[in-house]
Design a binder for this molecule. Sequence first.
Ligand SMILES: NC(=O)c1ccc[n+]([C@@H]2O[C@H](COP(=O)([O-])OP(=O)(O)OC[C@H]3O[C@@H](n4cnc5c(N)ncnc54)[C@H](O)[C@@H]3O)[C@@H](O)[C@H]2O)c1
Ligand SMILES: *[C@@H]1O[C@H](CO)[C@@H](O)[C@H](O)[C@H]1NC(C)=O
Length: 426
Amino acid sequence: MLHNMDNTPSSPGKSKMEKRTRWQTSLQKLTFWSILSMGVIYFVFFRAPSSFTSDTSRRSLRTYGYGGAAWEKKIRSSAAVTSKNGVSVLVTGAAGFVGSHVSIALKNRGDGALGLDNFNDYYDPSLKRGRQALLAKQGVFIVEGDINDVSLLKKLFEVVPFTHVMHLAAQAGVRYAMENPGSYVHSNIAGFVNLLEVCKSVEPQPAIVWASSSSVYGLNTKVPFSEKDRTDQPASLYAATKKAGEEIAHTYNHIYGLSLTGLRFFTVYGPWGRPDMAYFFFTKDILKGNTIPIFEGANHGTVARDFTYIDDIVKGCLGALDTAEKSTGSGGKKRAPAQLRVFNLGNTSPVPVTDLVSILERLLKVKAKRNVMRMPRNGDVQFTHANISYAKREFGYKPTTNLETGLKNFVRWYLNYYSAGKKADQ
Ligand SMILES: NC(=O)c1ccc[n+]([C@@H]2O[C@H](COP(=O)([O-])OP(=O)(O)OC[C@H]3O[C@@H](n4cnc5c(N)ncnc54)[C@H](O)[C@@H]3O)[C@@H](O)[C@H]2O)c1
Ligand SMILES: *[C@@H]1O[C@H](CO)[C@@H](O)[C@H](O)[C@H]1NC(C)=O
């Protein structure tokens, strides 16, 4: 734009220079300055933001087409309650692994469920589209948009007065934080605050259940992990943003009376799972004959995870929703103390990663090429183990699927899904 000044029509040609009057000179100056300032305004408002923000936030700033009678009708029908005492739930991250399973479970028992997801490409978006198609068949519509879009969120609450929000949208994964830290701040902190801002000001305020993570236990060595243990030594930016979420939840509960329940999931796995997780890419690599890296701790210490099957996690999510009390604020003000909870949702039986690989070898009938190596210090912790007695007491949470059974279901889904001509490459 700035180089356009060279051919500004009002610039007189060289041959006419001598005839130039004082008036012409000032006109020329005026033109020069107005074009320069237009250029500056253009740069500041339209160009500069993109040079300061990450790819993810730029992607999320794109405007999604929404609105209109047909769109609102789809939303109302998706959120419609069909059972007595049913609730209507806005599920963020509904095209994700956990969100898609929770949405279907809600719809199946007669609750209303509307999805919201930005379909970002952190992992293969075609998997998200596949889940979306599955949800559509069950009558769950996913609005395509970002949790940072305040006017979209407000609009959704105008169309449906949701009783609950199941907030699962987040930037997940611990290692990716070193590549794209901004995406964690964008979704897990800024996005969460935006969502809570809208929730606190709508009438009536919904109750909110949201996903924290077992990663908040960080470098803790006392096991099993209990909710009252310290959570002030995160080992990754991901964990730090989830911990920040728990503190932010405290604030919104304290000031505005929002009912908030945080769920610390422990390594969730199962059909329609996440391709960035070890059980998923181990399966892909074992089948391809690729070597898989198996981490060990210091002094050949065992790396183990409290793997939790998706159906057990879904039961925990529903239990938390069903026991969530109403928010107490109105008119943007707290009227009485409101519920604030945090629960572990794990399986209570950690399995060494080497055992995970052995189970996969058996199920896939292929021997894995193992490359045992020292765990790099890039966010992973050596061991996780949940104490789930609090969730058991509050809503009878009781995981029933062991790793062997759960992986069998996962492998069956995987072989079926990827033999249908889809690639597991991304
Ligand atoms: N899967 C696990 O083992 C595990 C463990 C602990 C915590 N969690 C948490 O549980 C939740 C669900 O995890 P998941 O495994 O289903 O992950 P996922 O990545 O499959 O699902 C998250 C979904 O949120 C969407 N999303 C991300 N940022 C968004 C934004 N700004 N606006 C709108 N949508 C956005 C993504 O497109 C994705 O579909 C996350 O909060 C995650 O941090 C998961
Ligand atoms: C598990 O947590 C409960 C509190 O919810 C506590 O009373 C109990 O001692 C813990 N169990 C273990 C084995 O740490």
